[in-house]
Design a binder for this molecule. Structure first.
Ligand code: ATP
Length: 382
Protein backbone atom coordinates (compact mmCIF):
# COMPACT_ATOMS: atom_id res chain seq x y z
CA UNK A 1 0.00 0.00 0.00
CA UNK A 2 1.04 3.57 -0.46
CA UNK A 3 0.11 7.18 0.09
CA UNK A 4 -0.64 9.31 -2.97
CA UNK A 5 0.48 12.91 -2.89
CA UNK A 6 -0.71 15.24 -5.64
CA UNK A 7 1.35 18.40 -5.55
CA UNK A 8 0.16 21.48 -7.44
CA UNK A 9 -1.13 19.38 -10.31
CA UNK A 10 -2.07 21.21 -13.51
CA UNK A 11 -3.53 19.68 -16.66
CA UNK A 12 -3.95 21.67 -19.82
CA UNK A 13 -5.41 20.25 -23.01
CA UNK A 14 -4.06 22.50 -25.75
CA UNK A 15 -3.94 26.13 -24.64
CA UNK A 16 -7.47 26.35 -23.28
CA UNK A 17 -8.74 26.69 -19.73
CA UNK A 18 -6.89 24.19 -17.47
CA UNK A 19 -8.96 21.05 -16.86
CA UNK A 20 -7.12 20.69 -13.54
CA UNK A 21 -5.76 23.87 -12.02
CA UNK A 22 -3.09 23.73 -9.29
CA UNK A 23 -4.69 20.94 -7.28
CA UNK A 24 -2.93 19.54 -4.20
CA UNK A 25 -4.44 16.53 -2.45
CA UNK A 26 -2.62 14.18 -0.09
CA UNK A 27 -4.17 10.74 0.20
CA UNK A 28 -2.86 8.96 3.30
CA UNK A 29 -1.85 5.31 3.26
CA UNK A 30 -5.07 3.30 3.60
CA UNK A 31 -7.33 6.33 3.24
CA UNK A 32 -10.57 6.39 1.21
CA UNK A 33 -10.46 9.68 -0.73
CA UNK A 34 -13.35 10.89 -2.86
CA UNK A 35 -13.01 13.28 -5.79
CA UNK A 36 -16.41 14.83 -6.37
CA UNK A 37 -17.88 17.63 -8.43
CA UNK A 38 -20.21 18.33 -11.33
CA UNK A 39 -19.53 17.19 -14.88
CA UNK A 40 -16.38 18.72 -16.34
CA UNK A 41 -14.82 19.66 -12.98
CA UNK A 42 -11.70 17.64 -13.79
CA UNK A 43 -12.14 14.70 -11.43
CA UNK A 44 -11.67 11.98 -14.07
CA UNK A 45 -8.68 13.80 -15.54
CA UNK A 46 -7.10 13.89 -12.09
CA UNK A 47 -7.70 10.16 -11.59
CA UNK A 48 -6.26 9.42 -15.02
CA UNK A 49 -3.14 11.36 -14.10
CA UNK A 50 -2.73 9.26 -10.94
CA UNK A 51 -2.94 6.06 -12.99
CA UNK A 52 -0.74 7.40 -15.76
CA UNK A 53 -3.31 7.44 -18.56
CA UNK A 54 -2.86 11.19 -18.94
CA UNK A 55 0.30 13.32 -18.94
CA UNK A 56 0.76 15.84 -16.15
CA UNK A 57 1.30 19.39 -17.44
CA UNK A 58 2.72 20.79 -14.20
CA UNK A 59 3.20 19.60 -10.64
CA UNK A 60 4.31 16.37 -9.04
CA UNK A 61 2.50 13.08 -8.55
CA UNK A 62 4.08 11.11 -5.72
CA UNK A 63 3.06 7.52 -4.98
CA UNK A 64 4.71 6.03 -1.92
CA UNK A 65 8.11 7.69 -2.01
CA UNK A 66 8.41 7.88 -5.80
CA UNK A 67 7.65 10.72 -8.19
CA UNK A 68 5.71 8.89 -10.91
CA UNK A 69 5.16 11.69 -13.47
CA UNK A 70 7.20 9.82 -16.05
CA UNK A 71 6.35 6.25 -15.04
CA UNK A 72 4.24 4.14 -17.39
CA UNK A 73 0.85 3.01 -15.99
CA UNK A 74 2.01 -0.61 -15.62
CA UNK A 75 4.95 0.48 -13.47
CA UNK A 76 2.76 2.34 -10.95
CA UNK A 77 1.24 -0.78 -9.38
CA UNK A 78 -2.24 0.71 -9.15
CA UNK A 79 -5.52 -1.01 -9.86
CA UNK A 80 -8.23 0.83 -11.72
CA UNK A 81 -11.81 -0.40 -11.29
CA UNK A 82 -13.91 0.90 -14.17
CA UNK A 83 -17.59 1.70 -14.39
CA UNK A 84 -18.37 -1.44 -16.39
CA UNK A 85 -15.89 -3.52 -14.34
CA UNK A 86 -14.10 -4.47 -17.59
CA UNK A 87 -14.56 -8.20 -16.95
CA UNK A 88 -14.01 -10.75 -19.70
CA UNK A 89 -17.43 -12.32 -20.34
CA UNK A 90 -16.01 -15.55 -21.79
CA UNK A 91 -13.72 -16.19 -18.81
CA UNK A 92 -14.76 -17.69 -15.47
CA UNK A 93 -14.54 -15.74 -12.25
CA UNK A 94 -11.33 -17.64 -11.48
CA UNK A 95 -9.71 -16.68 -14.79
CA UNK A 96 -10.93 -13.10 -14.58
CA UNK A 97 -9.24 -12.71 -11.22
CA UNK A 98 -6.18 -14.62 -12.40
CA UNK A 99 -5.80 -12.46 -15.50
CA UNK A 100 -3.16 -10.02 -14.25
CA UNK A 101 -1.17 -12.90 -12.74
CA UNK A 102 -1.19 -14.81 -16.03
CA UNK A 103 0.02 -11.66 -17.80
CA UNK A 104 2.85 -11.39 -15.29
CA UNK A 105 3.83 -15.03 -15.96
CA UNK A 106 3.11 -16.28 -12.43
CA UNK A 107 3.25 -20.10 -12.09
CA UNK A 108 -0.01 -22.11 -12.10
CA UNK A 109 0.37 -23.19 -8.48
CA UNK A 110 0.96 -19.66 -7.34
CA UNK A 111 -1.98 -18.38 -9.43
CA UNK A 112 -4.20 -20.98 -7.84
CA UNK A 113 -3.09 -20.02 -4.33
CA UNK A 114 -3.45 -16.26 -4.88
CA UNK A 115 -6.83 -16.45 -6.61
CA UNK A 116 -8.27 -18.71 -3.91
CA UNK A 117 -6.97 -16.42 -1.20
CA UNK A 118 -8.44 -13.29 -2.85
CA UNK A 119 -11.75 -14.95 -3.63
CA UNK A 120 -12.09 -16.03 -0.02
CA UNK A 121 -11.58 -12.46 1.18
CA UNK A 122 -14.20 -11.32 -1.31
CA UNK A 123 -16.59 -14.19 -0.57
CA UNK A 124 -16.43 -15.31 -4.16
CA UNK A 125 -14.95 -18.76 -3.50
CA UNK A 126 -18.22 -20.50 -4.32
CA UNK A 127 -18.56 -18.76 -7.66
CA UNK A 128 -15.14 -19.37 -9.19
CA UNK A 129 -16.48 -21.45 -12.08
CA UNK A 130 -19.19 -19.02 -13.10
CA UNK A 131 -19.03 -16.52 -15.94
CA UNK A 132 -19.61 -12.80 -15.25
CA UNK A 133 -22.97 -12.95 -17.07
CA UNK A 134 -24.29 -15.20 -14.30
CA UNK A 135 -23.27 -12.94 -11.45
CA UNK A 136 -25.11 -10.17 -9.66
CA UNK A 137 -23.86 -6.60 -10.03
CA UNK A 138 -22.34 -6.80 -6.58
CA UNK A 139 -20.50 -10.02 -7.34
CA UNK A 140 -19.14 -8.56 -10.57
CA UNK A 141 -17.86 -5.58 -8.67
CA UNK A 142 -16.08 -7.93 -6.29
CA UNK A 143 -14.49 -9.84 -9.17
CA UNK A 144 -13.16 -6.53 -10.49
CA UNK A 145 -11.79 -5.75 -7.06
CA UNK A 146 -10.39 -9.29 -6.79
CA UNK A 147 -8.30 -8.61 -9.83
CA UNK A 148 -6.82 -5.65 -8.06
CA UNK A 149 -6.22 -7.43 -4.76
CA UNK A 150 -4.62 -10.49 -6.32
CA UNK A 151 -1.71 -8.54 -7.68
CA UNK A 152 -1.21 -6.69 -4.46
CA UNK A 153 -1.79 -3.24 -5.93
CA UNK A 154 -0.74 -0.23 -3.89
CA UNK A 155 -4.07 1.52 -4.38
CA UNK A 156 -7.55 1.13 -5.82
CA UNK A 157 -8.81 3.78 -8.21
CA UNK A 158 -12.52 3.88 -8.98
CA UNK A 159 -14.08 5.96 -11.75
CA UNK A 160 -17.84 6.27 -11.15
CA UNK A 161 -18.21 2.52 -10.61
CA UNK A 162 -21.87 2.68 -9.63
CA UNK A 163 -23.29 5.18 -12.08
CA UNK A 164 -24.91 2.56 -14.32
CA UNK A 165 -26.81 0.86 -11.51
CA UNK A 166 -30.33 1.47 -10.27
CA UNK A 167 -30.77 3.27 -6.95
CA UNK A 168 -31.31 0.16 -4.81
CA UNK A 169 -28.31 -1.73 -6.15
CA UNK A 170 -26.22 1.41 -5.91
CA UNK A 171 -27.02 1.59 -2.21
CA UNK A 172 -26.04 -2.05 -1.68
CA UNK A 173 -22.84 -1.68 -3.66
CA UNK A 174 -21.90 1.40 -1.73
CA UNK A 175 -22.08 -0.52 1.53
CA UNK A 176 -20.13 -3.38 -0.01
CA UNK A 177 -17.31 -1.20 -1.32
CA UNK A 178 -17.09 0.59 2.00
CA UNK A 179 -16.94 -2.66 3.95
CA UNK A 180 -14.28 -4.15 1.67
CA UNK A 181 -12.14 -1.06 1.62
CA UNK A 182 -12.13 -0.93 5.42
CA UNK A 183 -11.33 -4.61 5.70
CA UNK A 184 -8.54 -4.50 3.15
CA UNK A 185 -7.27 -1.09 4.25
CA UNK A 186 -6.16 -0.29 0.71
CA UNK A 187 -5.53 3.34 -0.25
CA UNK A 188 -8.47 4.28 -2.45
CA UNK A 189 -9.30 7.19 -4.72
CA UNK A 190 -12.90 7.22 -5.90
CA UNK A 191 -14.41 9.56 -8.47
CA UNK A 192 -18.11 10.37 -8.41
CA UNK A 193 -20.48 13.21 -9.19
CA UNK A 194 -22.90 11.89 -6.55
CA UNK A 195 -22.69 13.71 -3.26
CA UNK A 196 -24.41 10.87 -1.36
CA UNK A 197 -21.66 8.48 -2.46
CA UNK A 198 -19.07 11.06 -1.54
CA UNK A 199 -20.52 11.62 1.92
CA UNK A 200 -21.09 7.96 2.79
CA UNK A 201 -17.90 6.44 1.42
CA UNK A 202 -15.11 8.92 1.93
CA UNK A 203 -12.79 9.32 4.88
CA UNK A 204 -12.19 12.67 3.22
CA UNK A 205 -13.76 14.34 0.23
CA UNK A 206 -12.15 16.69 -2.30
CA UNK A 207 -14.76 18.94 -3.91
CA UNK A 208 -13.78 20.28 -7.33
CA UNK A 209 -15.29 22.93 -9.57
CA UNK A 210 -13.93 23.85 -13.00
CA UNK A 211 -10.56 22.27 -12.26
CA UNK A 212 -10.10 24.03 -8.94
CA UNK A 213 -10.13 22.34 -5.53
CA UNK A 214 -12.88 24.02 -3.48
CA UNK A 215 -12.48 22.18 -0.20
CA UNK A 216 -10.77 19.05 1.11
CA UNK A 217 -12.31 17.80 4.34
CA UNK A 218 -14.18 15.00 6.11
CA UNK A 219 -17.83 14.58 5.09
CA UNK A 220 -18.93 15.98 8.43
CA UNK A 221 -16.75 19.07 8.08
CA UNK A 222 -18.05 19.71 4.54
CA UNK A 223 -21.59 19.51 5.80
CA UNK A 224 -21.15 21.56 8.97
CA UNK A 225 -18.57 24.07 7.74
CA UNK A 226 -18.73 24.39 3.95
CA UNK A 227 -15.95 26.76 2.88
CA UNK A 228 -17.93 28.50 0.18
CA UNK A 229 -21.27 28.86 -1.54
CA UNK A 230 -20.49 26.16 -4.08
CA UNK A 231 -19.60 23.48 -1.51
CA UNK A 232 -22.58 24.51 0.61
CA UNK A 233 -24.92 24.08 -2.35
CA UNK A 234 -23.32 20.87 -3.59
CA UNK A 235 -23.32 18.95 -0.30
CA UNK A 236 -26.67 18.10 1.26
CA UNK A 237 -29.99 16.86 -0.06
CA UNK A 238 -32.34 18.61 -0.48
CA UNK A 239 -29.80 21.39 -0.99
CA UNK A 240 -29.15 24.30 1.32
CA UNK A 241 -31.50 27.28 0.92
CA UNK A 242 -29.86 30.53 -0.14
CA UNK A 243 -31.47 33.86 0.68
CA UNK A 244 -30.48 37.52 0.55
CA UNK A 245 -29.51 38.79 4.00
CA UNK A 246 -28.33 41.92 5.74
CA UNK A 247 -26.76 41.89 9.17
CA UNK A 248 -27.08 44.59 11.81
CA UNK A 249 -25.74 43.76 15.23
CA UNK A 250 -26.98 40.23 15.87
CA UNK A 251 -30.04 40.71 13.69
CA UNK A 252 -30.17 39.13 10.24
CA UNK A 253 -32.84 40.45 7.93
CA UNK A 254 -34.16 37.67 5.68
CA UNK A 255 -37.05 37.69 3.17
CA UNK A 256 -39.31 35.97 5.72
CA UNK A 257 -38.41 38.16 8.68
CA UNK A 258 -35.70 39.04 11.15
CA UNK A 259 -33.77 36.52 13.24
CA UNK A 260 -31.01 36.75 15.83
CA UNK A 261 -27.79 34.87 15.18
CA UNK A 262 -24.93 34.08 17.59
CA UNK A 263 -22.69 37.03 18.28
CA UNK A 264 -19.50 35.41 16.96
CA UNK A 265 -21.17 34.79 13.58
CA UNK A 266 -22.66 38.26 13.44
CA UNK A 267 -19.30 39.85 14.18
CA UNK A 268 -17.69 38.17 11.16
CA UNK A 269 -20.40 39.54 8.86
CA UNK A 270 -20.45 43.04 10.35
CA UNK A 271 -20.43 45.90 7.83
CA UNK A 272 -20.36 43.62 4.79
CA UNK A 273 -23.60 44.91 3.28
CA UNK A 274 -25.83 42.52 1.41
CA UNK A 275 -24.91 38.86 1.97
CA UNK A 276 -26.26 35.46 1.05
CA UNK A 277 -27.59 33.44 3.97
CA UNK A 278 -27.49 29.65 3.71
CA UNK A 279 -29.85 27.52 5.79
CA UNK A 280 -30.27 23.77 5.40
CA UNK A 281 -33.87 22.47 5.14
CA UNK A 282 -33.33 20.29 8.23
CA UNK A 283 -32.58 23.33 10.36
CA UNK A 284 -36.22 24.41 10.15
CA UNK A 285 -39.14 22.81 11.96
CA UNK A 286 -42.88 23.18 12.38
CA UNK A 287 -42.96 25.27 15.59
CA UNK A 288 -46.12 23.46 16.75
CA UNK A 289 -44.32 20.08 16.96
CA UNK A 290 -41.04 21.44 18.27
CA UNK A 291 -40.89 20.88 22.02
CA UNK A 292 -38.57 23.74 22.82
CA UNK A 293 -38.40 26.82 20.63
CA UNK A 294 -36.59 29.00 23.17
CA UNK A 295 -33.37 28.76 21.14
CA UNK A 296 -33.55 29.96 17.53
CA UNK A 297 -36.37 32.02 16.02
CA UNK A 298 -39.86 31.50 14.68
CA UNK A 299 -41.62 33.20 11.77
CA UNK A 300 -44.95 32.86 9.98
CA UNK A 301 -45.07 31.85 6.35
CA UNK A 302 -47.59 30.60 3.83
CA UNK A 303 -46.77 27.11 2.68
CA UNK A 304 -47.20 26.48 -1.02
CA UNK A 305 -46.65 22.73 -1.38
CA UNK A 306 -46.12 19.92 1.16
CA UNK A 307 -44.49 16.60 0.32
CA UNK A 308 -45.09 14.11 3.11
CA UNK A 309 -42.57 11.26 3.22
CA UNK A 310 -43.64 9.50 6.40
CA UNK A 311 -40.86 10.31 8.81
CA UNK A 312 -40.54 13.87 7.52
CA UNK A 313 -42.24 16.32 5.19
CA UNK A 314 -40.82 18.94 2.87
CA UNK A 315 -42.71 22.20 2.79
CA UNK A 316 -42.09 24.76 0.04
CA UNK A 317 -42.36 28.45 0.81
CA UNK A 318 -41.99 30.91 -2.09
CA UNK A 319 -39.89 34.04 -1.60
CA UNK A 320 -38.55 36.88 -3.71
CA UNK A 321 -34.73 36.82 -3.96
CA UNK A 322 -34.20 40.48 -4.83
CA UNK A 323 -32.22 41.55 -7.86
CA UNK A 324 -28.96 42.22 -5.95
CA UNK A 325 -28.23 38.56 -5.28
CA UNK A 326 -30.23 37.04 -8.12
CA UNK A 327 -27.27 37.02 -10.52
CA UNK A 328 -25.02 35.33 -7.99
CA UNK A 329 -27.66 32.69 -7.25
CA UNK A 330 -28.27 32.13 -10.96
CA UNK A 331 -24.54 31.54 -11.46
CA UNK A 332 -24.49 29.14 -8.55
CA UNK A 333 -27.42 27.30 -10.03
CA UNK A 334 -25.51 26.92 -13.30
CA UNK A 335 -22.47 25.59 -11.42
CA UNK A 336 -24.67 23.12 -9.60
CA UNK A 337 -26.33 22.13 -12.87
CA UNK A 338 -29.66 23.57 -11.82
CA UNK A 339 -30.12 21.03 -9.08
CA UNK A 340 -31.85 23.44 -6.79
CA UNK A 341 -34.68 25.91 -6.86
CA UNK A 342 -33.62 29.28 -5.53
CA UNK A 343 -36.91 31.12 -5.47
CA UNK A 344 -38.48 29.01 -2.77
CA UNK A 345 -37.48 27.99 0.67
CA UNK A 346 -37.47 24.23 1.26
CA UNK A 347 -38.01 23.32 4.89
CA UNK A 348 -37.95 19.84 6.35
CA UNK A 349 -40.64 19.22 8.97
CA UNK A 350 -41.18 16.34 11.35
CA UNK A 351 -43.49 13.63 9.97
CA UNK A 352 -45.92 14.44 12.80
CA UNK A 353 -46.44 17.95 11.42
CA UNK A 354 -49.97 18.67 10.24
CA UNK A 355 -48.99 21.69 8.13
CA UNK A 356 -51.00 21.56 4.90
CA UNK A 357 -50.83 23.33 1.57
CA UNK A 358 -52.06 26.91 1.78
CA UNK A 359 -51.63 27.10 5.58
CA UNK A 360 -49.96 30.01 7.23
CA UNK A 361 -47.67 28.08 9.51
CA UNK A 362 -45.36 29.02 12.32
CA UNK A 363 -41.90 27.81 11.37
CA UNK A 364 -38.93 27.56 13.70
CA UNK A 365 -35.36 28.01 12.48
CA UNK A 366 -32.15 27.05 14.25
CA UNK A 367 -30.38 30.39 13.90
CA UNK A 368 -27.07 29.01 15.20
CA UNK A 369 -26.86 27.01 11.94
CA UNK A 370 -27.26 29.96 9.57
CA UNK A 371 -24.26 30.46 7.29
CA UNK A 372 -23.45 33.84 5.76
CA UNK A 373 -21.63 34.03 2.43
CA UNK A 374 -19.92 36.92 0.71
CA UNK A 375 -21.86 37.30 -2.58
CA UNK A 376 -18.78 38.49 -4.49
CA UNK A 377 -16.32 35.75 -3.52
CA UNK A 378 -18.71 33.04 -2.29
CA UNK A 379 -16.62 32.69 0.86
CA UNK A 380 -18.36 31.46 4.01
CA UNK A 381 -17.92 34.23 6.58
CA UNK A 382 -19.37 32.37 9.56
P1 ATP B 1 -17.52 13.92 -16.12
O1 ATP B 1 -18.14 13.62 -14.80
O2 ATP B 1 -18.46 14.50 -17.11
O3 ATP B 1 -16.68 12.83 -16.66
P2 ATP B 1 -15.17 15.20 -15.05
O4 ATP B 1 -15.36 16.02 -13.84
O5 ATP B 1 -14.63 13.85 -14.85
O6 ATP B 1 -16.52 15.15 -15.85
P3 ATP B 1 -13.07 15.59 -16.91
O7 ATP B 1 -13.51 14.46 -17.77
O8 ATP B 1 -11.88 15.38 -16.07
O9 ATP B 1 -14.27 16.05 -16.00
O10 ATP B 1 -12.88 16.86 -17.82
C1 ATP B 1 -12.42 18.11 -17.33
C2 ATP B 1 -12.35 19.11 -18.45
O11 ATP B 1 -11.35 18.75 -19.39
C3 ATP B 1 -13.64 19.22 -19.24
O12 ATP B 1 -13.84 20.57 -19.57
C4 ATP B 1 -13.38 18.39 -20.47
O13 ATP B 1 -14.11 18.88 -21.56
C5 ATP B 1 -11.87 18.59 -20.67
N1 ATP B 1 -11.27 17.40 -21.30
C6 ATP B 1 -11.25 16.15 -20.81
N2 ATP B 1 -10.57 15.32 -21.61
C7 ATP B 1 -10.15 16.06 -22.66
C8 ATP B 1 -9.38 15.79 -23.84
N3 ATP B 1 -8.90 14.57 -24.12
N4 ATP B 1 -9.15 16.83 -24.69
C9 ATP B 1 -9.59 18.06 -24.42
N5 ATP B 1 -10.30 18.39 -23.33
C10 ATP B 1 -10.58 17.41 -22.46
Amino acid sequence: MAAIDMKNIVKKYGDGFPAVNDVSIDVADGEFMILVGPSGCGKSTLLRMIVGLEDITEGEMVIGDKVVNDLAPRDRNLAMVFQNYALYPHLTVFENIAFPLRLAGVSDDEVDRLVREASKTLELDEHLDRKPGNLSGGQRQRVAMGRAIVRDADAFLFDEPLSNLDAKLRGQMRTEISRLQKRLGITTVYVTHDQTEAMTLGDRVAVLKRGVLQQLATPRELYVNPGNLFVAGFIGSPPMNFLPATVEGRTVKLPFGEVQIPEEHARKAEGKGLLIAGIRPEHFEDASVKQDTSEGSTFRATVDVVEWLGNEAYAYIPFEAGSEVRDQLAELERDLEGESMRSQLVVSLDGASRVAEGDEAEIWVDTSKIHLFDPATGENLT
